[in-house]
Design a protein around this ligand. Structure first.
Ligand SMILES: [Zn+2]
Length: 237
């Protein structure tokens, strides 16, 4: 077993129950910068997903949701060792997948951070795509942003679009969602129509935003992301 190739400080064992509780998947996480044994290689999970959705790694297809879930759970286990209220060490709950503080009783579930992502089309059948400072060079994608407490998701979409590019939107419609465990997002995908305003990039996150026709699209995010699937759905419609 490869576990023996690492010192106890380098490797962490955890279990990921499938959501329907039909099985428990044994998982190991390695510390960053650990030297891998001969013949091993590390593959970023995002790259694995991109390969799969591009049709190059079909062998991982059944495992992908489990891999995403395990990534999410691994990060949550690292972040929830101690109670957020009193600081005591949490214990795993017996009857559900959560951690419970033995001192104050606080229960913590795997944290999920909702974020919206939105495809905006104008009256000329053009799509709004933006270059975020965090993106690789020349990649343009959809506007996205995190949900704020107290909002409806539609409010989040309107706010993020106005904050990042100064536009107003209408006819906001839910399309689909995607688990995005980097570290714990749920991406909620919408489409909307442009309703007003001129593009004004916030300069903080968004460096450039433009309308693109479907036959003249820039470099797009990788397959495997909800961003790409929302763009492709429009492009091929
Ligand atoms: Zn506590």
């Amino acid at each position: 077993m490869a576990r023996a190739d690492f010192s106890p400080k380098e490797i962490h064992y955890f279990e990921t129950p499938l959501i329907d509780r039909s099985a428990i998947i044994p998982c190991f996480s390695l510390n960053k910068n650990v030297l891998l044994p001969s013949g091993w290689r590390s593959v970023p999970v995002r790259a694995l997903a991109a390969e799969f959705f591009a049709g190059h790694e079909l062998s991982v297809a059944p495992a992908l949701p489990v891999i995403f879930r395990a990534c999410h759970i691994a990060q949550w286990l690292l972040d929830s060792v101690f109670c957020g209220s009193c600081g005591a060490k949490n214990e795993m709950s017996k009857h559900e997948f959560s951690r419970k503080c033995p001192v104050c009783g606080r229960i913590e579930y795997p944290r999920v951070s909702p974020a919206i992502i939105i495809r905006i089309i104008n009256a000329n059948d053009e799509i709004l795509l933006a270059h975020d400072k965090k993106f690789s060079e020349n990649i343009y994608s959809l506007i996205a942003g995190f949900y704020e407490a107290g909002e409806r998701l539609e409010d989040t979409a309107e706010r993020e679009v106005f904050e990042e590019v100064g536009l107003r939107i209408k006819n906001i419609r839910y399309i689909s969602s995607q688990s995005w465990p980097f570290p714990n997002s749920l991406m909620i995908g919408f489409s909307a129509d442009y309703s007003g305003g001129n593009i004004r990039c916030d300069g903080v996150e968004i460096e450039d935003a433009r309308w693109f026709k479907r036959d003249n699209l820039p470099n797009l995010p990788a397959y495997g992301s909800i961003a790409r699937s929302l763009i492709e759905e429009w492009r091929t419609s």
